[in-house]
Ligand binder design. Structure first.
Ligand SMILES: Cc1cc2nc3c(=O)[nH]c(=O)nc-3n(C[C@H](O)[C@H](O)[C@H](O)COP(=O)(O)O)c2cc1C
Length: 401
């Protein structure tokens, strides 16, 4: 192996100590992906358990479970898990156990889709009422907002109880806390709107409540946007102020991402990656702003890109979504002498949402150990994905309405 390969392996293989005292065994994290493998009633399926077991066996230090709902009323999709007291705690325990194989961590990404809640099974509510093309939602009352810390604390307490090694609070990609942080969604004139400090207030209250629920020695991560990539949305200047404000909280890991799933906007999961990590400049600034470990997500295709970020000190760990769908054992591959980068598919003019749907349906194939046979096009994947969600909406309504 040449020196560069050796350095890359060494850098990526180093453990990461979090402020709470917990250590992650290396610097390769599987980013949160809504795997759409819940059973439609908010509980894990066998395929989902197998999926996380594969990432754990594949050497990832940590896998984040995308969009685990703190309440059944504002889900992102009907394939989400729901972490409330009447969930199937035995199935969640099995998921936590299998996803922790090999010294790996598995954390739920605690979410609430707010204005972007899946309309067929929700009456979406965001920080402020909105009625724009493709998006209509009510505004939250003060009581709605004041319930959030307890909702997240309850979910985090359950996460700890069933054996997940930590939690990540989702404040990125245009979902509820990202909406609070964004002047485009948040027009409130009370204590939760206005300056960036006021827009951040609910996030701070949630972190404090979650910390009280899980104790000092349990990891709490947060995902934030470096930018919403939307005219009038969260700017990089305000996002950096958010990092400064987070520095004063008890979070253990700040995950830098960006983009939103607002209709017509740019999302990270549809982007091309040829120019390398998307939010590297912001991560460098964030590193200078806080002593809390920084995780950088988005746009990584090669081991050299990943190790360079660590070597430069631009982030403390990196996280990968699509690369981990192409090779569930990518962490092991990158920690081996030989290395080897995933082969990213190139799609000619995929339909909107087709790339994310393609990766999503491939996740199902991974969970069923049949990725070798997976041959859908983005259009076919989108159709299969939507058809499955439509069936699950029925189950969701029966379970939760
Ligand atoms: C199928 C799929 C589902 C995703 N679901 C989520 C999610 O639930 N939560 C989240 O924060 N990001 C989600 N993302 C975004 C990824 O975490 C990541 O930010 C994005 O794909 C860019 O990283 P990459 O270039 O390594 O793929 C998803 C991405 C994909 C491909």
């Amino acid at each position: 192996m040449n020196k560069i390969g050796n350095d890359a392996k060494t850098l990526l293989g180093q453990p990461l100590d979090l402020p709470c005292g917990v250590s992650l065994k290396n610097r390769i994290v599987k980013s949160a992906m809504s795997d759409a493998l819940g059973d439609g009633a908010g509980n894990p399926t066998e395929a989902q358990m197998r999926l996380y077991e594969r990432w754990a066996e594949g050497g990832a230090a940590l896998s984040l479970i995308g969009e685990v709902q703190t309440s059944p009323h504002y889900p992102e999709k009907p394939g989400n898990l729901v972490l409330t007291p009447n969930a199937d705690l035995a199935a969640l325990t099995a998921l936590a156990t299998r996803g922790s194989a090999n010294g790996s961590h598995i954390w739920p990404q605690l979410g609430h889709a707010g204005a972007l809640a899946h309309a067929p099974i929700s009456d979406p509510k965001g920080p402020s009422a909105l009625d724009v093309e493709g998006l209509r939602c009510d505004g939250m009352s003060l009581e709605d907002i004041q319930e959030l810390p307890q909702l997240y604390a309850q979910a985090a307490g359950l996460a700890k109880k069933v054996g997940f090694g930590g939690v990540q609070i989702h404040a990125g990609h245009g979902f509820l806390f990202s909406q609070f942080l964004s002047p485009l969604f948040n027009h409130r004139t009370d204590a939760y709107g206005g300056t960036v400090e006021r827009r951040f207030r609910i996030v701070e209250e949630v972190i404090e409540a979650v910390r009280r629920a899980v104790g000092l020695a349990y990891p709490i991560g947060i995902r934030i946007n470096a930018t919403d990539k939307l005219e009038g949305g969260l700017t990089a200047v305000d996002a950096l102020r958010v990092v400064q404000l987070l520095d004063k909280t008890s979070v253990d890991l700040i995950d830098i991402s960006g983009g939103t799933y607002f209709p017509g906007a740019t999302s990270s999961s549809e982007g091309g990656s040829s120019s390398g990590p998307y939010f590297i400049d912001f991560a460098r600034q964030a590193k200078k702003t806080t002593s809390i470990p920084i995780m950088l997500t988005g746009g990584f295709e090669t081991r050299d890109q990943a190790s360079k970020v660590l070597a430069e000190g631009s982030a403390d760990t990196i996280s990968l979504a699509r690369a981990m769908v192409l090779n569930a054992s990518l962490a092991k591959t990158w920690l081996s002498d030989a290395g080897g980068d995933p082969d990213f598919p190139k799609f000619d003019v995929p339909p909107r949402g087709g790339v994310t749907a393609w990766y999503s349906m491939r996740l199902t194939a991974l969970g069923e150990d049949r990725e070798e046979q997976f041959a859908l096009t983005p259009s076919e994947a989108l159709e299969a994905y939507d058809a499955r969600d439509a069936q699950r909406c029925e189950i969701w309504r029966n379970r939760f309405s």
